[in-house]
Write a protein that binds this ligand. Structure first.
Ligand code: EPU
Length: 336
């Protein structure tokens, strides 16, 4: 079903809870409905808003916001090893993770409790605790607004990288994702190598699928603010990837600096949260906005903040990290 709203307040449709509005917002369920919208009229300015978990509105949106609401979760192929599942873009990501874990299917458990909807997962290749959406995505289906047709891209064609995909690059502003096909495994495959996961799983009694989900949920809840209580968009910054030589120089001064292998050879990924923390900004507050007191990568709205206030703090954080460590940190959040 298509539902249309005019002059709509977006405060409850963005996890930062900033008070901005949109001229029009249209919810759609099926791809036929989506195509009919583009056939019916020409949208001069439009965007897709999924869960609103990775966006910061700095002004009212003078255009049409499209929201997928399809709740489809449908297994389509089952072998002795795997189950392939079609999932609608409007499904809450964590509902999909819960669905898989309840059925004993492996692959999504490390991505438990990531806020947002399934349609947004491939866009920035969401990731946590040693897993990324690209590990399970087999195919992404979307409406190509320029070619006016439905298209499919296989995983290899999506140009996935760290918080990257073709949907943030050449297909930016041209694609509306309607469905994602996921491959889940029937075989045990615990991935416990990241941070506190192994310790927490042991405490719960061992590496079962449900224990891993529970461990990840409890680690996330202990570090990351609940958007229902404190507006935020998860990590506001990406972890910076620097040349190996730069990392080595920093490590000589800060031997405890966390660092990880990067996809690019000769490069190392640093922890932006640590850099911000060590710049003395963890828990720092400027009016209604602040750096979260338990995870410095997250900026929070203590109540009534505007998008511009959040940006001002973000710029300050970037400048201080640059000054102290000589490292540039880029924003992960989509700023509008
Ligand atoms: N750290 C600090 N102080 C802080 C934050 C982090 O010292 O305030 C240190 C930690 O102790 C650790 C290192 O920095 O040694 C990395 O921290 P953490 O394990 O919390 O992960 P992260 O690199 O800060 C990334 C993702 C998160 C994801 C976690 C867990 C990005 C931008 N963020 O954060 O994703 O949940 O790993 O895998 O890659 C998100 O994208 O919204 C998100 C929350």
């Amino acid at each position: 079903m298509i539902r249309e709203f005019n002059e709509i307040n977006l405060a409850f449709r963005n996890s930062f809870h900033v008070e901005q509005s949109a001229r029009r917002l249209i919810e759609f369920e099926t791809e036929e409905e989506l195509m009919s919208l583009f056939e019916r009229e020409t949208f001069t300015r439009w965007m897709v808003l999924s869960g609103g978990n990775n966006v910061l509105f700095t002004q009212d949106y003078d255009g049409v916001i499209l929201c997928p609401v399809s709740q489809l979760i449908e297994p389509i192929v089952e072998t002795t090893d795997e189950v392939v599942v079609r999932v609608g873009a409007g499904v809450e990501w964590d509902d999909l993770v819960a669905w898989a874990v309840e059925r004993g299917l492996w692959g999504l458990e490390n991505l438990s409790l990531i806020p947002g909807k399934v349609g947004a997962a491939p866009v920035q290749n969401i990731g946590a605790y040693g897993a990324e959406a690209k590990d399970v995505i087999r195919r992404v289906r979307f409406y190509d607004v320029e070619q006016r047709t439905m298209r499919n891209l296989l995983r290899e064609e999506c140009c996935f990288g760290y918080r990257e995909s073709i949907f943030k690059q050449e297909l930016k502003g041209k694609a509306v994702i309607t469905e994602v096909e996921i491959v889940l495994s029937k075989h045990e495959n615990p991935r416990l190598g990241y941070g506190d996961v192994e310790r927490e799983v042991e405490r719960l009694g061992g590496a079962t699928l449900s224990n891993i989900r529970e461990a990840i949920c409890s680690i996330r809840c202990s570090k990351l603010p609940d958007t229902a209580v404190l507006g935020n968009a998860g990590s506001f910054f990406k972890n910076p990837v620097v040349q190996r030589a730069v990392a080595e120089q920093l490590l000589a001064t800060y031997p405890d600096m966390p660092h990880y292998p990067a996809a690019e050879q000769q490069c190392v990924k640093l922890a932006a949260g640590w850099l911000i923390d060590r710049s003395g900004l963890k828990g720092y507050r400027e009016g209604a906005v602040g750096v979260h007191e338990r995870q410095a990568l997250v900026l929070v709205n203590h109540g009534g903040a505007t998008g511009s206030e959040v940006i001002a703090l973000a710029r300050k954080v970037q400048a201080e990290v640059k000054q102290k460590f000589g490292v540039e940190i880029d924003t992960e959040v989509n700023i509008l």
